[in-house]
Ligand binder design. Structure first.
Ligand code: FUB
Length: 352
């Protein structure tokens, strides 16, 4: 393992060439984290490759605030806590200048303190789902059950799939060889991207649920094997429910919270209920429009006694945008009546 120091931070770099990394990303990483002065990039890469022959193809670095990562464009966060570790799963946007979403794979990171992060080799690609003819790696969510990790992914108009792994960092494999849900399950929708953004919640009684949708929000039970829908698909509705996409369910002190993107450009709103399937009561806006991004896409998770709100913006300088997004994190706090305090998006994030 090689540790480099730049701007007061230590970076451990392990075989850039063993990873599924593009030259552009390598160059961006080097430009971001290593002092290169006027040294030509190919000379620097040669030097790095010479000293970096260990086969542990992970990358470690220290984050100084928001966005958490600056060597890649990350989007659509989903988080999973396992023991002392927070696992962060993200989409992977192309670099700036895109006219639409360009995402071909997903990424996985872990941390024990929200400051020092490990990035693993690319765990899942859209091409791993042979049926996903749209070729678009949209938002997903990872859940653990019976010692296995299930990654529910969406694919724009090809449906929602599920991949499985024995460990949180993967590698993941398509568990079904076909979609778990398709546009046909989105019975109240007619647009092609209706079947996206799966979110999983496993309740205290061990029942697993899946919520998803764009424009209309759908939900269903999952069987214990996590790869089959149990019973009928239902549609979520309640007063003032202006749903765009990105549902996320969590539970706090006996209450269920449905957070979701509303409007466009998106804000994140939330509703509360005593039951997972409602009735829900609309509670207002939780997060405002995220800088320089049409979408916002939150994940909410409890880690080491605190709650965190993870989302994305288009704030990575200088090429961040609605299609080159970056994952950010803030602490999330509740009021005494169990409503949630509005998120304050900051540059410092949780680094202080
Ligand atoms: O990243 C593609 C899509 O943009 C996601 O599926 C939505 O949640 C929005 O963030």
């Amino acid at each position: 393992m090689n540790t480099l120091r730049f701007k007061g931070h230590f970076y451990t770099i392990i075989p850039l060439f063993g990873r599924a990394t593009t030259l552009m990303e390598m160059e961006k990483f080097v430009n971001n984290y290593i002092v290169i002065g006027r040294m030509p990039i190919f000379v620097l890469l040669l030097i790095l490759s010479f000293g970096l022959t260990a086969q542990d193809s992970t990358l470690h670095y220290h984050s100084e605030g928001n966005p958490i990562f600056s060597h890649k464009y990350t989007a659509d966060p989903a988080a999973l806590v396992k023991d002392n570790t927070l696992w962060l799963y993200t989409g992977h946007d192309f670099e700036g200048g895109q006219k639409g979403y360009k995402m071909k794979d997903w990424l996985v990171f872990s941390t024990e303190d929200l400051k020092n992060w490990t990035e693993y080799p690319i765990p899942l690609k859209i091409e791993d789902f042979k049926w996903a003819r749209s070729g678009d790696a949209y938002a997903g969510h990872v859940a653990e059950r019976n010692g296995k990790y299930f990654w529910y992914i969406s694919t724009n108009w090809s449906g929602i799939g599920v991949a499985v792994a024995d460990q949180p960092q993967g590698p993941f494999k398509d568990a079904l060889g076909k979609p778990l849900l398709t546009n046909e399950d989105c019975f109240a929708s007619s647009h092609s991207w209706a079947c996206i953004d799966p979110a999983i919640f496993i309740d205290d009684d061990d029942q697993a649920w899946i919520f998803w949708g764009n424009g209309q929000c759908y939900y269903a039970k999952l069987k214990d094997n996590m790869i089959e829908i149990d019973g009928e698909v239902r549609q979520m509705n309640f007063e003032n429910f202006d749903f765009t996409e990105a549902p996320w369910i969590h539970k706090y002190k006996g209450k269920y919270y449905l957070t979701y993107a509303t409007g466009f450009p998106e804000k994140i709103a939330y509703a509360m209920s005593d039951n997972i399937d409602g009735p829900y009561e609309y509670k207002g806006i939780l997060n405002e429009i995220a800088g320089n991004s049409n979408t916002n896409h939150q994940a909410i998770v409890q880690f080491k006694g605190k709650w965190y709100f993870i989302y994305h913006n288009g704030g990575l300088q200088t090429k961040g945008s609605s299609y080159s997004r970056s994952v950010c994190i803030e602490e999330m706090k509740y009021n005494k009546d169990k409503t949630i305090k509005r998120i304050r998006m900051t540059t410092e994030g949780v680094s202080k």
